[in-house]
Design a protein around this ligand. Structure first.
Ligand code: ADP
Length: 612
């Protein structure tokens, strides 16, 4: 893998121009996110260089000017007081910037960039999460965005302001001795080339570690999330995850050792070269002119050595900066590709608006296979859903029921065939408005560490929402339980952030999740087996009250218990991705096919259970 990366890297020689463009892209994103943080960074750099130029050049020029003119000490005192005051003010400004402005700005920048990234990630179609390429890009963007934004800020502001300082320092040096500038220039060249090599090695290391880092993150996430807590305690899963974690850490250590040694050697060589050439070289050269040829004033001697040292510091920093810009480029490309990704199904995509007074949603000859899988999970499906119609999808596990409802909600687009709403292809409608037409609850629903009301509304509760929440909880049959909680519908669920938070049973959580559908003013309610934690009678009751509460809505529900299917107007039975039977309960029983066989089998089981 290392060899592959190396090969790719060699082909990808980053030009300075492309590096500048991508760094400016990142700077623009940061500026849009938090202008004050970006401006603050430039102001800081200006002050830093003013401070440096004053201490190394201007101060000595003025002081030694007084000495050479034989000025009295009293004449020097105001200058010294001015210098002390200047240093004091700059010190205060730096402290304020380091301890207040920057940390606050960093948080704002962090927040804005991450919100932008979260929005992009949730706007991308579900398929993206099944595509390892996209997922890697997302992970890279997520782990790099904050660090890169700060680095770009430091590198670009550092480079731009130091170039201005450089012009002044070169002018001062050339005034005294143009040849001396060479002492400062050489280290820049060596630092630039060695820096480039170091960046390349660091990027290779980062690429080599990314899979191991993802594995580490996965284990961390699995262990501290409540969802996995039971499973991990009751199985060998914990040991298995820890072993995977240790393997991943060992891979990172091995790679780090290998690359750390090479990077260390190169750094030592580059630093050593600079020290010898600039410090020793410029002192010897200026001393020869001062003491042997006697063609240099003492003030010129001090200013020359300080200016060369300062120029070389700036050039070395700039050379490192330039190679860091190139280094940033490789990471920014990941972030840029992620942000520039145009999802096929985007919530921000405009389109026709929907009249929900009358709806007819159809699947016409729809087939579908998941990303990267040749096998079709749905084959030639034809279904129609009209306003107020109650539809149930039944079939064995893996038959394709969940996939079908995901397509209905346009979480995926079909690979063949089309979906139409009131005669138009659903792709013509605004995705946001189209999805908003549905109230959905999935089998693997999530309860968030928020209040009961927020979990039902999936947004902050306003005063006027109270009745809606109470009605939804009543319809899903959990209102009485919620009333017994210390703060009623304002009680936080789970104890993750609130020690007074409520921990409910699996069935109660399900009912709270189901209440989301009742609370949403939607045209089509979709329930994908959210009732698995309920017993058959409770499930039957829940669907009965749901159908009553959703009188004016179309309802599509999935249930593996056919006792609930009786309640629907139309039943679609799926097998291996095909609809094998459809009709009302009565019609299908009369047909005496697969549905009737399954129904009798399940009914027999319930009778046996009751008898037992
Ligand atoms: P059901 O809801 O009827 O149990 P699903 O729609 O969940 O069935 O699954 C149908 C088939 O699609 C199964 O074989 C399942 O393994 C496969 N499948 C489901 N989700 C994915 C996915 N994200 N990627 C690949 N295959 C999937």
């Amino acid at each position: 893998m290392g060899k592959e990366i190396k090969k790719k890297e060699e082909n990808e020689k980053v030009s300075l121009w492309s590096a500048l463009k991508s760094n400016c892209y990142m700077l623009r994103i940061s500026f849009q996110a938090c202008p004050s943080r970006v401006i603050g960074s430039f102001v800081y750099r200006i002050l830093q260089h003013l401070n440096g130029i004053y201490s190394s050049i201007i101060f000595w020029e003025i002081l030694l000017g007084f000495v050479e003119k034989g000025a009295s000490f009293s004449k020097v005192i105001p200058f010294l007081i001015f210098t002390v005051l200047l240093y004091f003010i700059i010190f205060i400004v730096f402290q304020y910037s380091n301890n207040i402005l920057d940390p606050v700005g960093n948080q704002k920048l962090y927040e804005k960039l991450h919100v932008k990234m979260f929005e992009k990630a949730t706007d991308s179609e579900l398929e993206c999460y099944e595509n390892p390429d996209f997922y890697n890009k997302y992970m890279k963007a997520a782990t790099q965005i904050k660090g890169r934004a700060f680095r770009v800020l430091v590198n670009i502001s550092g480079l731009m302001i130091s170039l201005i300082a450089l012009v002044y320092l070169c002018y001062k040096t050339i005034q005294i001795d143009p040849v001396a500038v060479l002492f400062a220039v050489f280290p820049m060249i060596s630092t630039y080339f060695i820096g480039k090599k170091i960046n390349k090695l660091n990027y290779e290391l980062y690429q080599m570690n990314i899979f191991a880092d993802r594995k580490k993150e996965y284990v961390k996430r699995s262990i501290y999330q409540q969802d996995y807590a039971k499973e991990l305690r009751l199985s060998n899963g914990f040991v298995l995850l820890i072993t995977n974690f240790q393997d991943a850490v060992n891979t990172v250590i091995k790679n780090t050792k290998k690359y750390g040694f090479k990077v260390g050697l190169l750094s030592c060589f580059s630093e050593g070269l600079n020290q010898v050439f600039v410090t020793a070289g410029s002192i010897i050269y200026a001393s020869v002119r001062l003491l042997y040829f006697k063609n240099l004033e003492i003030s010129e001697y001090i200013v020359l050595i300080n200016a060369i040292t300062y120029i070389s510091e700036i050039l070395v920093a700039d050379a490192a900066c330039i190679s860091k810009l190139q280094d940033n480029h490789m990471y920014i490309q990941n972030i840029r590709e992620f942000f520039d990704y145009k999802p096929n199904i985007s919530e921000s995509q405009p389109g026709l608006s929907i009249n929900t007074d009358d709806i007819l949603l159809k699947m016409e000859n729809v087939s579908f296979s998941y990303f990267g899988h040749a096998q079709e999970v749905l084959k030639d499906i034809n279904i129609s859903i009209s306003k107020k119609e109650k539809i149930v999808l039944v079939g064995e596990n893996g038959a394709g029921k969940t996939t079908l409802v995901k397509l209905l909600m346009r979480l995926y687009d079909p690979t063949k065939g089309k979906l139409t709403l009131n005669g138009n292809n659903i792709k013509e409608y605004s995705v946001k408005e189209y999805r908003n037409m549905f109230g959905t609850i999935f089998q693997d629903f999530r309860i968030f560490s928020l209040t009961v009301a927020e979990n039902v509304l999936m947004r902050r509760m306003k005063k006027e929402d109270r009745k809606t929440v109470e009605m939804a909880l009543k319809n899903s049959g959990v209102y009485e339980k919620v009333q017994t909680l210390p703060k009623g519908i304002e009680t936080t669920l789970t104890k993750e952030f609130d020690s007074d938070g409520a921990v409910l049973s699996g069935g109660e959580y399900q009912k709270i999740a189901i209440a989301r559908v009742f609370a949403k003013d939607c045209a089509i309610a979709i329930l994908d087996e959210p009732s698995s934690a309920l017993d058959p009678i409770a499930e039957y009751q829940m669907y009965k009250s749901m159908l009553k509460a959703c009188e004016n809505k179309a309802v599509v529900f999935i249930s593996h218990r056919l006792s609930s299917a009786v309640l629907a107007d139309r039943i679609y039975m799926l097998e291996h991705g095909r609809i094998i039977e459809s009709g009302s309960h009565r019609e299908l029983m009369k047909k005496n096919g697969k549905y009737a066989e399954m129904f009798r089998f399940q009914a027999g089981n319930y009778v046996k259970e009751e008898g037992a």
